[in-house]
Design a protein around this ligand. Structure first.
Ligand code: NDP
Length: 307
């Protein structure tokens, strides 16, 4: 049997190398060189071209290259009943937490501002931002790790999720009714939600209006969490002081997109927490072996919840 790599915007050769370094790895193929499609029992997927998932009659596992699975669930050819797993790893959570802390500190102490002043040879002080209330939308694997790191650094943390949480030092908000309340006091709002029908464009004018004047948005979830026009409006009205965006509806962000030149938007190229390919390879092969032994799979997603 064989594993097929259905990967866009990442180099499949690196993952292939890591998979093949394991003695128990089956044959690995890279789309479109699928060989006999009946031999494919596992696909590893990232930003794949939609419409390919029903071409493998013996498919037993669909594994996401990353933590998100929205591109798999939106494929109209997704076969019923095939388990879908995602990448969950301490490295992913730790990198994300560090990135969020860095983004907050960068904004608080005006590092980007000083870099711009330097370009114009300006010697100009600007007071650091005092507020240290942070709300994290999404308190799952990544959100919880980020909340704990920020809490350790003396930030006052609230989080919002579907279900109530009991995490030391973190105020828990949950459910649709508590969304606006969760962001009302925040100086920084971080989106770490999965992209689902319920969370698409959750970062919209209603949410921005509920945020404090002068607050800062960090979106490291998915680009489609943001209503772009609403964000531009709330930035130009100076209700929001700025935004760091790591993820976009179209990636790479098109050259003519207004976010590139916007003075209050900090663009990073979907790098807040890259997948560690060696760890991903090990995790997928572990699940592949579990599958063959009939053991429970790790990091399964729930199709009904969409994450
Ligand atoms: P998890 O599935 O572990 O956590 C998701 C969290 O979101 C949970 O707390 C869940 O609530 C909450 N949630 C989901 N739907 C809703 C809803 N409708 N209302 C309220 N809360 C909701 O995911 P991860 O933490 O592992 O990853 C989160 C996302 O981060 C990924 O889906 C991906 O999009 C993004 N990501 C971005 C990366 C980047 O480089 N920019 C890298 C990796 C991930 P509950 O706990 O109650 O279930």
């Amino acid at each position: 049997m064989a594993i097929l790599l259905l990967l866009n915007q990442v180099d499949p050769a690196i993952l292939e190398g890591h998979l093949k370094s394991h003695p128990d790895c089956p044959d690995v193929r890279t789309y479109p060189d699928t060989g006999n499609v009946e031999e494919i029992d596992c696909v590893i997927v990232w930003k794949h071209d939609q419409g390919l998932l029903n071409e493998y009659p013996n498919l037993k596992l669909i594994a996401s290259y990353g933590a998100g699975v929205e591109n798999i669930l939106s494929d109209p050819t997704l076969p019923e009943g095939v388990p879908i797993t995602r990448f969950v790893d301490k490295s992913l959570s730790d990198q994300m937490a560090e990135f969020i802390l860095a983004a907050i500190l960068n904004h608080r102490v005006n590092l980007t501002y000083y870099r711009e002043q330097q370009a114009a040879c300006h010697w100009q002080e600007k007071p650091a931002i005092k507020g240290n209330n942070v709300t994290i939308l999404g308190l799952g694997e990544l959100g919880t790790t980020a909340a704990k790191l920020l809490h350790k650094n003396d930030y006052k943390i609230s989080g919002w999720a579907r279900s109530e949480k009991n995490i030391d030092g973190i105020t828990s908000y949950y459910g649709e009714n508590q969304l606006f309340q969760s962001v009302a006091e925040a100086d920084f709002v971080v989106c770490l939600l999965p992209l689902t029908p319920e969370t698409r464009e959750i970062l919209n004018s209603d949410l921005f209006a509920a945020m404090k004047k002068g607050s800062y948005l960090i979106n490291v979830g998915r680009g489609d969490h943001v209503n772009e026009d609403d964000l531009m409006n709330y930035l130009s009205q100076e209700h929001l002081s700025g935004a760091l965006l790591d993820v976009f509806s179209t990636e790479p962000l098109p050259r003519d997109h207004p976010f590139w030149q916007h003075p209050k938007i900090h663009v990073t190229p979907h790098i807040s927490s890259p997948t560690d390919k060696a760890k991903l390879a090990r995790q997928i092969l572990d699940n592949y072996n579990r599958l063959s032994k009939g053991e429970p799979l790790l990091h399964l997603i729930d199709r009904k919840r969409s994450y």
